[in-house]
Design a protein around this ligand. Structure first.
Ligand SMILES: *Cc1c(COP(=O)(O)O)cnc(C)c1O
Length: 397
């Protein structure tokens, strides 16, 4: 019997050598600010924008200081005003309601299904009730809904969809890159996401005016012609003097660290799939434990793993978390009474002031979560699954 898992759930892989070399080159020439360029130089931030546009198929990409900044810029670029209602799925992370609150708008949460995706019937209902023009759809923990269906509903209701792809960079729906269904998509390059620059974000869209507004909002000092995947200068003419500078740029150092990681992302996605499969295989057919359904047309990035214990009481789950933690398995629980670290739910965001969502409450009450960093091996996942299995079933074999 394995007594304890010794790995770290928060330890990412080191930054690859090619990225360290690229970062060293930027440090050596000292031109860290994205607009500080030598003659004829295309800076790292612009190159990253071009490469991410090619990777996703988006016409325009803007590199930003964080995923949260990208979300906020997208809302402003679509002219969301103080007091406006913005729809969002309730199962998300704090930066999403934070971005909505940050522009003074009112978040209207939509119920979550047992597949951890947005409930379509409730979406239609809340769209009618609230009159919202925008849905900020968060692909939380990689669980993407049927995007064709989302876009049909959005078209019928006249709603703009902004996708939060912090957990789906590198994934796809029916062969189309995650983030390419809605009007705009926001990605994060924070350490715990799929490519790591400490902090950072990317905004992708096909809409030239939205791209231009976001660029001005990011703090482009009228140097927007120095971007790698931005719209033509004439798109900026009408709006350049009316769009405030909110200073949320990415710098060349972060971009340099990200470019080699972006090139390696497809290979990483495959490795994550192997880890995620190992977790599912290890926990399949266990009484009282439910795995999360996934649509066969979704390529999910398995950078984290969730499961449900639908008929467990809160005290039973707390005791299970303790037992697993003592054996080195760090599980996070979305049903806790208060926010813990990165783990929180809509009930904890008092500023967002949402009515109760009984279906979401029921799902999150039994929802457990863990990271799967690429420093884990398949064998590590087998050990973790065995420990969870033993502790859930009360049988140590
Ligand atoms: C991390 C994250 C973000 C925002 O990313 P930051 O770069 O940390 O601002 C947005 N949505 C979700 C679901 C996230 O996990």
């Amino acid at each position: 019997m394995v007594h304890r898992f010794e790995g770290s759930f928060t330890q990412q892989e080191p930054i690859p050598e090619a990225a360290v070399d690229a970062a060293t080159a930027v440090l050596n020439h000292g031109r860290l600010h994205r607009y500080n360029l030598a003659e004829d130089e295309v800076g790292e931030a612009s190159l990253l924008e071009r490469e991410f546009a090619a990777f996703t198929g988006a016409r325009y990409v803007l590199a930003m200081a964080s995923g949260g900044q990208a979300l906020a810029a997208a809302l402003r670029a679509y002219d969301v005003r103080p007091g406006d209602a913005v729809l969002s799925n309730a199962f998300t992370l704090a930066p999403v309601p934070g971005a909505i609150a940050g522009v003074g708008a009112r978040v209207v949460f939509v119920e979550t299904t047992e597949s951890l995706t947005i409930d379509f019937a409730h979406l239609e209902e809340m769209a009618e009730v609230s009159g919202a023009r925008v849905l900020m759809l968060s692909h939380m923990r990689g669980h993407e809904p049927d995007m064709d269906r989302v876009m049909r509903i959005a078209r019928d209701l006249g709603i703009v969809v902004i996708e939060d792809c912090a957990h789906t960079m590198g994934g796809s729906w029916r062969g189309v890159a995650s983030g390419r269904h809605g009007a705009a998509a926001c990605y994060s390059t924070q350490t715990y996401k799929h490519i790591n620059s400490g902090e950072g974000g990317l905004l992708a869209t096909d809409d030239p005016e939205v791209a231009a507004r976001a660029t001005l909002l990011s703090g482009s000092y009228m140097l927007y012609e120095r971007h790698g995947a931005g719209p033509d200068a004439d798109v900026f003419e009408a709006i350049r003097d009316f769009t405030p500078n909110l200073s949320g740029r990415m710098d060349n150092l972060r971009a340099a660290i990200l470019r080699p990681q972006l090139a390696a992302l497809p290979a990483r996605v495959k490795r994550w799939a192997d880890l995620h499969d190992a977790m599912e295989d290890g926990l399949r057919d266990l009484p009282r434990l439910s795995l999360i359904d996934r649509h066969p047309d979704l390529v999910r990035v398995g950078s984290s793993f969730q499961f449900r214990l639908p008929d467990h009481e809160a005290n039973e789950i707390e005791a299970l978390l303790d037992r697993c933690a003592r054996r080195g398995v760090e599980l996070k629980w979305f049903g806790a009474a208060r926010a813990h670290g990165f783990t929180s739910t809509y009930r904890h965001w008092a500023y967002a002031d949402s009515p109760a969502l009984p279906q979401t409450d029921q799902v999150t009450a039994g929802l457990l979560d863990m990271r799967l960093p690429l420093t884990f091996s398949k064998e590590d996942c087998e050990v973790i699954a065995r420990i969870i299995r033993e502790e859930v079933s009360g049988k140590r074999r």
